[in-house]
Design a protein around this ligand. Structure first.
Ligand SMILES: *[C@@H]1O[C@H](CO)[C@@H](O)[C@H](O)[C@H]1NC(C)=O
Ligand SMILES: *[C@@H]1O[C@H](CO)[C@@H](O)[C@H](O)[C@H]1NC(C)=O
Ligand SMILES: *[C@@H]1O[C@H](CO)[C@@H](O)[C@H](O)[C@H]1NC(C)=O
Ligand SMILES: *[C@@H]1O[C@H](CO)[C@@H](O)[C@H](O)[C@H]1NC(C)=O
Ligand SMILES: *[C@@H]1O[C@H](CO)[C@@H](O)[C@H](O)[C@H]1NC(C)=O
Ligand SMILES: *[C@@H]1O[C@H](CO)[C@@H](O)[C@H](O)[C@H]1NC(C)=O
Ligand SMILES: *[C@@H]1O[C@H](CO)[C@@H](O)[C@H](O)[C@H]1NC(C)=O
Ligand SMILES: *[C@@H]1O[C@H](CO)[C@@H](O)[C@H](O)[C@H]1NC(C)=O
Length: 601
């Protein structure tokens, strides 16, 4: 108010000092103006905010029948000679020869890793009810006329949010966790992010509050990952199992149910233990050792399992060779068979893929079409050919990778084929493909080419020079025009029974530099989600694609592999107030609102 008053005063002063010719203009005769009408005698104000509140979930949640036998029965499937123990890291302690898996051996796992950031608190925080003042809807969106509000989603549509252990938990050296490859590779080489991962969002201690906050908004599904190296600190088969990790994740799952949320559990989200990666040819043995501990205990309460997150882009980070993808497929398939036939699980199992669909830059140019197909072969075909189609790896991949990708034997294909209950992938955005400079052939025979092995040039700029959509702070764009093709490619190429959009999201440009109020208003992310989901509705209703669910990445800003500046969260986190306070952003309300309009009750 004060500044408005003073600028009006300033205008008044200027009017007094107007030169003579200016006042002459004012006195020039003009057409008589129509006489104005006024509808009030004294002005009244109207407050445009609505006090609409989010609807919390009904709780608790119980399933009509468990998805697997209770642990009392399932425990007979575990090896009899497993050691269950606890570890506590004391870097100052003198090493003692206490055996292969003693406390000294545990401390030695951490010799090369120290963190300058340490968790500000180290016990689980009791949840408190979310105040209603935090549950008020943001101002209505200006124009909702494109909403296909007559297109519905079934009541069992799997909608909700996703996150992953390393990116949110913190407390990496707490309660007996062992290191993971993400710790040792320093979050893709960024040491500040690696240090920060020891704190991250403090979700290891705040998980109850995080779950309470999802339930308060009415979010029915929460997809999270279990840290392998928490459960098996040394990683490998035969090594001890950490009792504190088992009770942590047991309570996490029970807390979901207590609040009415259905858990979706990922077993490996880029964070395998280093000892397993060093012995990757035995991946099946090590993975089953870990996964059986988890599934025998939690299988009764978990309807959906993801074995591996985005292994198809893990060569170069978690994996060093394309042949590790064969090991991954075989480990996945072995667990699938064990879950269905030994444990007798009735839940569903999938593996989730990264894929930003490559579209030809010029669809009328054959070489662009084949570049797009080639990219898709390298990114999806390698794992999905055997899993979904019972087919060999794509010929172009075998040819280019040579000894780095050994063809599957018929026996391996038979082991892998069909060991998956639905398709899951993370289609954040599409991109445009064309042949690389110098052509595909020259690149394919030159492993030092930065584009090797897929040998495709990719861009988000259309052939006519326009960006495909509004740019984020990373690789995503608001480009809903391609969503139906992203889904259609998968549907028609791999013919799954259903498609789960397991992650999708947008991190607004320079979001971390804005005020909390501005971050919370969050219109771009809302547009991304609303537009994407409208196109998903058309894919379902007009293209006949069976999309079974959509999970937003992410429910909270997190450590995007070394960076907290890439804010994909629908909640902000205050990382300096000592409490890691979360704040809902508008996109979270709009995301929930979309489904409350479209999902049949
Ligand atoms: C535990 O038993 C399995 C066979 O069930 C055996 O292969 C393994 O070597 C044993 N491990 C230990 C630590 O004794
Ligand atoms: C620590 O680093 C040294 C030197 O690179 C290496 O030899 C050793 O195996 C590492 N220890 C662990 C536990 O990773
Ligand atoms: C939904 O409404 C639009 C017009 O608003 C109409 O064109 C379309 O056919 C309707 N779809 C269904 C499935 O009723
Ligand atoms: C954390 O930061 C300290 C000090 O800068 C550094 O010595 C250490 O290596 C960092 N740790 C990781 C895991 O990057
Ligand atoms: C790992 O594989 C090698 C050979 O492939 C085998 O000798 C060894 O026993 C395996 N280790 C485990 C833990 O299965
Ligand atoms: C097709 O694309 C290639 C590679 O970008 C280009 O060299 C060629 O001129 C294009 N052909 C046509 C007919 O546009
Ligand atoms: C295998 O891959 C590596 C890079 O990951 C490369 O240096 C090597 O040349 C490749 N071998 C062949 C035969 O392509
Ligand atoms: C975080 O909390 C601190 C202490 O309460 C406050 O000063 C700061 O403004 C907050 N930051 C944001 C971005 O909300």
């Amino acid at each position: 108010m004060a500044s408005t008053f003073s600028s009006l005063t300033l205008l008044g002063l200027l009017a007094h000092s107007l030169p003579a010719h200016a006042s002459a203009i004012r006195t020039t005769p003009a057409d008589p103006a129509p006489s104005p009408t006024y509808s009030y005698s004294s002005f009244s104000y109207t407050q445009m905010t609505s006090d609409r509140y989010a609807t919390p979930l009904k709780s608790p949640l119980s399933f009509p029948t468990p998805f697997a036998p209770p642990f009392s029965k399932a425990s007979t499937l575990l090896p009899a000679n497993v050691t269950y123990t606890t570890y506590s890291l004391n870097p100052q302690a003198t090493a003692t020869p206490d055996g292969q898996y003693g406390q000294s051996a545990y401390a030695a796992l951490w010799t090369n890793l120290s963190y300058s950031d340490s968790p500000p608190f180290t016990t689980t925080v009791s949840p408190t009810p979310v105040p209603t003042s935090e549950l008020v809807f943001p101002p209505a969106l200006p124009d909702q006329s494109t909403d296909q509000s007559n297109l519905t989603l079934p009541s069992d549509f799997i909608w909700g949010v996703a996150g992953s252990a390393w990116q949110i938990e913190g407390g990496l050296q707490i309660e007996g966790r062992g290191p993971s490859v993400l710790d040792t590779i320093g979050a893709l080489g960024m040491s500040q992010g690696a240090n920060d991962s020891n704190v991250a969002d403090m979700n290891y201690f705040l998980y109850k509050q995080d779950i309470a906050r999802l339930a308060a908004l009415g979010v029915p599904h929460y997809s999270f990952s279990i840290s392998w190296s928490r459960v098996v600190p040394f990683g490998v088969a035969g090594s001890p199992i950490n009792k504190q990790a088992l009770s942590h994740y047991d309570d996490l799952i029970n807390t979901c149910l207590e609040y009415g949320i259905t858990p979706i559990v990922t077993l490996v989200h880029a964070d395998a233990p280093p000892a397993v990666i060093a012995d990757v040819s035995n991946l099946t043995t090590h993975f089953l050792y870990y996964a059986k501990q988890v599934m025998t205990r939690y299988g009764d309460r978990v309807p959906h399992w993801v074995t591996f997150n985005e292994p198809n882009i893990a060569v170069g980070s978690m994996f060093s060779s394309y042949n590790d993808l064969t090991a991954t497929l075989l480990a996945h398939a072995a667990l699938y068979d064990w879950y269905k036939h030994e444990l007798g699980g009735t839940g569903k199992i999938t593996m989730k893929f990264a894929n930003n669909l490559a579209m030809p830059l010029d669809p009328s140019n054959e070489s662009h079409v084949s570049a797009a197909l080639r990219y898709q072969d390298f990114i999806l075909g390698i794992m999905s050919n055997p899993l979904f189609l019972g087919k060999q790896y794509p010929a172009d991949a075998l040819k280019t990778l040579g000894p780095n990708l050994t063809a599957l034997t018929d026996e391996q294909i038979a082991q892998i084929r069909g060991r998956i209950d639905f398709w899951a992938f993370d289609p954040y955005v599409a991109q445009f493909a064309s042949p690389p400079p110098g052509g595909v052939e020259a690149c394919a025979s030159d492993p030092s080419n930065p584009l090797w092995p897929s040998c495709v040039s990719l861009t988000n700029v259309q052939a006519n020079g326009w960006l495909m959509g509004d740019a984020s702070n990373a690789y995503a764009y608001i480009a809903p025009q391609y969503v139906r093709q992203q889904l259609g490619y998968v549907w028609n190429t791999f013919r799954p029974s259903g498609i789960l959009i397991a992650e999708f999201g947008f991190n607004p440009f320079a979001d971390s530099e804005r005020s909390l109020d501005a971050q919370r208003y969050d219109l771009e992310r809302t547009l991304y989600y609303q537009n994407f989901l409208q196109e998903m509705l058309k894919a379902i209703h007009e293209d006949g694609i069976n999309v079974i669910g959509a999970l937003a990445w992410s429910f909270v800003d997190n450590n995007e592999f070394g960076s907290f500046a890439n804010q994909y969260g629908m909640q902000a986190v205050n990382r300096t107030d000592g409490k890691f306070t979360r704040n809902y952003k508008r996109s979270f309300f709009d995301f929930v609102d979309f489904f409350s309009k479209h999902v049949a009750s």
